[in-house]
Design a protein around this ligand. Structure first.
Ligand code: R5P
Length: 298
């Protein structure tokens, strides 16, 4: 087996390779002055099982193209089987038509990957459990919940209630509750204006008497940070004293790190599914690794 990676998250790829007692194989990634890229495989991959690791996060389209080019180069060089490890799968929130006339961007990306004859996809915490059904190739859908549960058991479980910031997170929150010995959980009712993206929190689904001193908010991703900041403010109004956040994918667009650091949120735990550059790190942030759970599947 050989492991390659694109440029979006080399530290994670190195940790996955190290967890398997391996090193990353060599690729040449050349960028022409006009921005076009050329990929060249620098090792013999004839009849090899090849893994390509690439998170398709910002810049989303460039990272997707790089992934496609690496896969094509490996196929042309004689790779036997290709597994695309896409820890964060870009465009996953556009998984169906929300308003008439819209593209289903996720299906477009899946179509590209499949047309390149990828054999298998491994990914982490997709926005919806139905997404794997959109593929025509095997998909291994991993979860960061065991990593989160371990961190919570170490320091946060006492006097806590789990909170989903929207009804879409109910499945995840009930699984996490099981991992923590049936810890109490509730969900905020969130409404998003599909045209403006503006969100409103209108109530709590579940037993509000369970809201105790400490809330642990679970989400699949933090993009602008607004969902988390508003959820924490909403919970504080309901008497919660501490808010700790666990979210798998640290998309951290725009001013999210600033908003989170200056919010009433106490701590923010994310994973390394997306590379957080130094300038986006902030004191309240802790990054946990999903490398081992991915490595076990390869
Ligand atoms: C929404 O359904 C997702 O689960 C996240 O809550 C959302 O994408 C987070 O986005 P933002 O940080 O921009 O509020």
């Amino acid at each position: 087996m050989k492991i390659f990676c694109g440029g979006s998250n080399k530290p994670l790829a190195e940790t996955i390779a190290a967890s398997l007692g391996m090193q990353l194989s060599a690729l040449e990634l050349f960028v022409f002055p006009d921005g076009e890229k050329r990929v060249r495989v620098e090792e013999n991959v004839v009849d090899e099982d090849c893994i390509v690791i690439q998170s398709t996060t910002t810049p989303v389209d460039q990272n997707y193209m790089e992934l496609f080019f690496i896969i094509d180069a490996l196929k042309r060089s004689g790779a036997r089987k290709i597994t695309a490890v896409v820890p964060y799968f870009g465009y996953q929130r556009q998984d169906h038509v929300f308003r008439d006339g819209e593209v289903v961007s996720l299906e477009v990306m899946i179509g590209f990957l499949e047309s390149l004859k990828v054999d298998r996809v491994v990914t982490v915490d997709l926005h919806s459990i139905k997404i794997p059904e959109l593929f025509h190739i095997p998909v291994t859908h991993l979860s960061a919940l065991p990593v989160f549960a371990d961190a919570m058991k170490r320091e946060l479980k006492e006097d806590a209630v789990l909170v989903s910031p929207d009804m879409g997170g109910l499945r995840g929150i009930s699984k996490l509750s099981e991992l923590l010995g049936n810890l109490a959980w509730v969900s905020i009712v969130k409404k998003r204006n599909l045209e403006t993206g503006e969100i409103k929190m209108t109530g709590i689904e579940g037993d509000t008497s369970k809201l105790k001193k400490r809330a642990i908010i679970l989400d699949d991703m933090i993009s602008s940070g607004k969902t988390i900041v508003q959820a924490a403010a909403f919970l504080k109004k309901m008497g919660v004293e501490e808010c700790h956040v666990f979210a798998t994918h640290a998309i951290f667009s725009k001013e999210a790190p600033y908003l989170l650091q200056h919010s009433i949120v106490d701590r923010v735990f994310v994973t390394d599914s997306v590379l957080v550059p130094e300038e986006k790190k902030f004191p309240k942030l802790t990054i946990l690794s999903v490398a081992d759970i991915i490595a076990k599947e390869l």
